[in-house]
Design a protein around this ligand. Structure first.
Ligand SMILES: Nc1ncnc2c1ncn2[C@@H]1O[C@H](COP(=O)(O)OP(=O)(O)OP(=O)(O)O)[C@@H](O)[C@H]1O
Ligand SMILES: [Mg+2]
Length: 611
């Protein structure tokens, strides 16, 4: 593989996964521990070190307030939104308000933006790929829930930039899944991708036609996923405990983190077992020298009751999506289940009964999104790859008009990239400026939708009302990101307008954070480079140690023997010193003589020692 590598990253709420296409075959890149997905968790340890992935998850219980999970549920949202205010209630880490009404997280006294937190996970995925490929990786395709709005997409792209990645494209998770499902096959099918992950739900209907993947409709809920299923179990445990002991376990961060852990484990167990034991000894101390224990049995039946409304919400969204696309259920040839939460039997049962078909088992729900992202990456880099992706925008895009109403300019489910022009006129005599507020959403009332930003067209000619015409063009890129430009129709002069983002980071902040992250990345890489070189050198030493006794026996007494053994000694000593000096260069320099020595020993063993 000589061309520049491009990776696909599924940046999940719970787990992230990285993949690459090699020789035409998409494959997942396992992390250093051999796991094919990495927990999307970030923590700051007591000594200030950043911990990411499994290592962050393992210490979450004892460091609950400095461990971030499910950051994707907060990214690109406004601090004062209902969703964020609710999250603050049920979170073990501290959520604070940022300078742009954005959300920030405080860990050990330092404030981090959400793109920064996500960038740490992305950096880790980049590093996993670099270590496996043995070369630097700069380009990536990152996936987002199809239902993500402009703010959430921009924030994800910013996270990529902070991580030092060139984000070549942002693609929708269900679309990526369909791409991996249909890649390399001559299929002509209409499929529904039902993606219920850790934090989000998406449903997309696609037509696959021999390499052309066309999304017809998409919808979802960016706050509906495995986390909510877990929370139902937590509530059930908490209320049960409160009834018996009159203590609210949620008030204790460590107890809450343990409950969360146990709830998720129990939930997963219920996917294969009819019941599960939730056992949490010493869950809380009463302060009177006695600790209280929590022990309960949860049956699948009770669990199904606890989460039935969540399952129903998914099905209702499916129903609405089909209706908006004008498709009947029987027109769907295949249903693809994506996301770990689709392993819950109740979810599968409801999907099956709604669509009237057994969902396809041909894809791995944890890996298919990253694989699809890598396929899209490969096809963007290499025009020979036979894939064409036509995606849609998930929300209506429009502006606020008189009376606070929302006027749609680009309708949802329009294929992207797309643009639409709209002509604005003045409403008062001698009016020299117009204020335009851009929203995304489905409500007829503008304020019930997501405010993307606002801008002022100024310097208009003084004229009677209605005479001045300004054409404003709204564009949505293939990434689903919105931009706006304006032109004075009379003079043809372009108006320079800046949409002031209502959340997210400024250019300067992104550059500063990227610089900080790259400082840190160098630190990580040096150690990793050292560890990598050390592992290689130690492996050669082990081989030498293994073969040496045999060779000693063969060449004992001969002059050649003494000379050879001295060489072995020198090479090994030099390598051991290099390990102690912790110098990557010294280690690298010591490897070649070691390998030569090993080769020589092997030669002696086979030539003189017989078979
Ligand atoms: N065997 C199982 N039974 C039930 N749920 C499971 C099982 N295995 C994993 N899950 C749940 O799946 C969720 C994680 O799924 P996944 O890794 O697909 O999500 P994600 O990609 O991180 O999130 P999202 O796509 O929403 O951003 C978690 O809530 C996890 O508890
Ligand atoms: Mg996912």
């Amino acid at each position: 593989m000589s061309s520049e590598p491009i990776i696909g990253i599924d940046l999940g709420t719970t787990n992230s996964c990285v993949a690459i296409v090699e020789n035409g075959v998409p494959k997942v890149i396992p992390n250093r521990g051999g796991y094919r997905t990495t927990p999307s968790m970030v923590a700051i340890a007591e000594n200030g070190r950043r911990l990411i992935g499994h290592i962050a998850k393992r210490q979450a219980i004892i460091n609950a307030e400095n461990t971030v999970y499910a950051a994707k549920r907060l990214i690109g949202r406004r601090f004062d939104s209902k969703e964020v205010q609710e999250a603050i209630e049920n979170c073990t880490y501290k959520i604070v308000e940022g300078p742009h009404n954005d959300v920030r997280i405080e860990l050990r006294g330092k404030i981090y933006s959400l793109p920064e937190i996500s960038s740490m996970i992305l950096s880790e995925m980049k590093l996993i790929a670099e270590q496996s490929l043995g070369r630097e990786v700069a380009k990536a395709v990152i996936t987002v829930p199809a239902y993500f709005n402009d703010g959430q997409r921009q924030a994800t792209r910013d996270a990529g930039r902070i991580a030092g990645l060139d984000v070549v494209r942002i693609i929708n998770e269900p679309t990526a899944a369909a791409l991996a499902y249909g890649y390399g096959k001559s299929l002509e099918r209409r499929v529904a991708v039902f993606d219920l992950g850790g934090g989000t739900f998406d449903i997309s209907i696609l037509e696959i036609n021999n390499g052309v993947f066309e999304v017809i409709a998409t919808s979802g809920d960016t706050l509906l996923g495995g986390e909510d299923f877990d929370y139902r179990i937590i509530e059930w445990l908490v209320f049960g405990f409160a009834k018996e002991q009159n203590i609210d376990l949620r008030k204790d961060r460590m107890a809450f983190q343990r409950l969360k852990d146990a709830a998720e484990r129990g939930k997963c167990e219920l996917s294969s077992a009819p019941q599960t034991e939730l056992n949490l000894p010493f869950i809380i101390s009463t302060g009177k020298n006695d600790a209280l224990h929590l022990q309960r049995t949860l049956t699948r039946e009770t669990f199904d009751d606890l989460v039935i409304d969540l399952c129903e919400r998914c099905i209702q969204i499916c129903e609405r999506t089909l209706a908006s696309a004008g498709i009947s259920k029987k027109d769907i040839d295949d249903v693809i289940l994506v996301g770990g939460q689709t392993r819950t039997p109740k979810v599968q049962e409801m999907v099956k009964s709604f669509f009237g078909i057994t969902p396809s088992k041909s894809v791995n729900p944890d890996e298919v999104v990253a694989l699809g992202a890598s396929i899209q990456g490969a096809s963007l880099m290499d025009e020979k790859t036979d894939v064409l992706l036509l995606d849609v925008t998930p929300h209506n895009l429009g502006i606020m008009i008189v009376g606070g109403y929302f006027q749609t300019i680009i309708e949802k489910n329009t294929t992207v990239p797309t643009s639409a022009a709209h002509i604005f006129t003045t409403v008062r005599d001698k009016q020299t400026s117009v204020r335009i507020m851009v929203f995304q959403g489905d409500s007829l009332r503008a304020e019930e939708n997501e405010l993307l930003g606002e801008f002022i067209l100024s310097g208009l000619r003084e004229a009677p009302r209605g005479e001045v015409e300004v054409e404003v063009t709204f564009e949505i890129s293939a990434d689903g990101i919105v931009s706006v430009s304006a032109k004075d129709l009379e003079t043809g002069v372009g108006q320079s307008i800046t949409v002031t983002a209502t959340s997210g980071l400024t250019e300067e902040e992104i550059s500063r954070m990227a610089a900080e992250a790259s400082d840190y990345a160098v630190g990580v890489k040096t150690t990793d480079a050292f560890e990598g070189a050390r592992a290689e050198v130690e492996a050669v030493i082990r081989d030498i140690d293994a073969i040496l006794p045999k060779v000693r026996g063969i060449i004992a007494g001969s002059e050649f023997g003494e000379d050879a053994l001295k060489k072995v000694d020198t090479a090994v000593t030099r390598a051991r010193q290099a390990i102690e000096s912790r110098s990557v260069d010294a280690l690298k320099a010591s490897k070649e003589p070691l390998e030569r020595t090993l080769k020589m020993l092997k030669g002696v063993a086979t030539k003189l020692g017989g078979p």
